[in-house]
Design a protein around this ligand. Structure first.
Ligand SMILES: Cc1cc2nc3c(=O)[nH]c(=O)nc-3n(C[C@H](O)[C@H](O)[C@H](O)COP(=O)(O)OP(=O)(O)OC[C@H]3O[C@@H](n4cnc5c(N)ncnc54)[C@H](O)[C@@H]3O)c2cc1C
Length: 405
């Protein structure tokens, strides 16, 4: 039976990032992913994007991967938050933060390609893809992972299993870890548009009567649209023809960017909050969406997962250097303890925003506007929000300071 130090289940953005973070340490690593990556797909108008916080850029710096990604990124210089039909507004600016950018908009395809290329070059890593994990069993000193690859069943043994297998995490379920789950009754409609006016690297977050609407600056003067609507309305909005869709979007967003033109392919993502009640067990650690799946209102999901990677990698590397067993509960608990505050803060923040701005009670709009205005006028409160959305609050792991492990 093949033996590994670490078996990572799930080779999405978070699992693949962890493999990169653990490279160069002489560890035997297995990375198991069910779906083959489409890394060779050409860039296109419809590219789906991820907004990376500045703190995540630092993690990619630490992983020595930012150089390979930089050409595909569009920096965010300013974030403009507003409430449709009300006067409140919040601005955040890179100049106030003394940074080159508040964050970056990057095609998910580009992140996948850069990670896949880096993973392919990791010494001591075996990549099993496409391969599906079917069972995970814990023994006294190891974990055994059964997987099916091209119809063949194989069992791997590891000192530690990391579940990076997404919101429905089969591994989390196998270990009997409960989670709290709430359906928002909302769906994110994602597409790209080209506005008449230049976006000037401003990200817009607009709270509308039907839910939050984000327009993020992209290359070629496109903007990525993440429009959250009640799930009961999503079907009819998805069915609108191009002119009807643009008109509906324009009426929610207004004319800050002039007329909205050319719209791309639309995709619908039903939204829910999933929070695992435990982050670690003996020989198991959960990272990324497997431990927290959030509302995309502030684009925090992958950013939070990247910070899981930075902290878990640091805890494991330090433990191994000190001669400790990386799968022991004692070691893994350090990761869980370090992450608990960030997990809770970001979940409360995104959940609160999603709920507050989805309600349309009489008087609430005015209260929200006053709150947003006050927020814009109180630098310490705004600074805290900015730091949190940029992933720069709390104790910072080495990778998030741009340093190698
Ligand atoms: C509309 C929308 C917009 C978003 N925008 C942003 C944004 O701007 N910024 C941001 O930071 N986040 C954003 N997010 C969140 C972000 O997309 C997720 O947090 C992130 O992709 C989670 O990555 P992951 O690797 O943890 O999970 P996943 O991407 O779900 O990866 C899990 C992987 O595990 C594999 N897997 C599952 N089961 C098995 C098995 N049994 N065997 C083998 N492999 C298995 C799957 O194939 C999958 O590849 C957004 C989310 C949505 C819905």
């Amino acid at each position: 039976m093949p033996q590994y130090d670490v078996i990572i289940i799930g080779g999405g953005m978070v699992g693949a990032s962890l493999a990169c973070a653990l490279s160069g340490r002489g560890l035997r690593i297995a990375l198991i992913e069910a779906v083959e990556l489409e890394t060779r797909r050409e860039a296109g108008y419809d590219d789906r994007v991820i907004a990376l916080a500045y703190g995540t850029r630092r993690i990619f710096d630490g992983l020595q991967l930012w150089g390979a990604l930089a050409a595909d990124t569009t920096p965010i210089h300013r974030i403009h938050v507003s409430d449709r039909g009300h006067f409140g507004m919040v601005h955040m600016d890179r100049v106030e933060e003394g940074l080159p950018a508040l964050g970056y908009v990057v095609p998910a395809r580009a992140i996948g390609r850069v990670l896949a290329e880096a993973v392919a070059g990791i010494e001591g890593l075996d990549s099993y893809c496409p391969a599906t994990v079917t069972a995970v069993k814990r023994t006294a000193a190891a974990v055994e992972v059964d997987m099916s690859q091209e119809g063949l069943m194989t069992t791997l043994s590891g000192r530690l299993v990391v579940a990076a297998d997404g919101a429905d995490s089969p591994v989390r379920e196998q270990f009997g870890i409960d989670c709290t789950e709430r359906d928002y009754g909302q769906t994110a409609i994602v597409t790209n548009i080209t506005p008449q006016l230049a976006h000037n690297h401003i990200a817009y977050e607009r709270f509308t009567d039907s839910g939050p609407l984000a327009l993020l600056p992209m290359s070629d003067q496109r903007c990525a649209v993440v429009w959250t609507v009640a799930s009961s309305q999503a079907g009819s909005i998805m069915e609108l023809d191009e002119a009807g869709f643009i008109a509906a979007l324009q009426s929610r967003f207004g004319y800050r960017l002039g007329r909205l033109e050319r719209v791309g392919r639309r995709q619908a993502w039903p939204l829910r909050l999933v929070q695992a009640k435990e982050t670690v067990r003996e020989r198991l650690a959960l990272i990324g969406n497997a431990v927290h799946t959030l509302h995309p209102v502030a684009g925090q999901g992958f950013n939070l997962g990247a910070r899981d990677v930075a902290v878990l990698a640091e805890v494991l590397v330090d433990a191994i250097d000190a001669g400790e067993d990386p799968g022991s509960l004692q070691v893994l608990q350090r990761y869980a303890d370090w992450r608990v505050r960030d997990h809770r803060n970001v979940a409360v923040f995104t959940d609160g925003l999603a709920r507050l701005f989805s309600l349309s009670l009489p008087g609430l709009g005015v209260a929200r506007s006053a709150g947003m205005l006050a927020f814009d006028l109180v630098p310490p409160a705004k600074r805290l929000l900015t730091r949190m959305t940029m992933g720069r609050s709390g104790r910072t792991p080495r990778l998030a300071r741009g340093l190698p492990l």
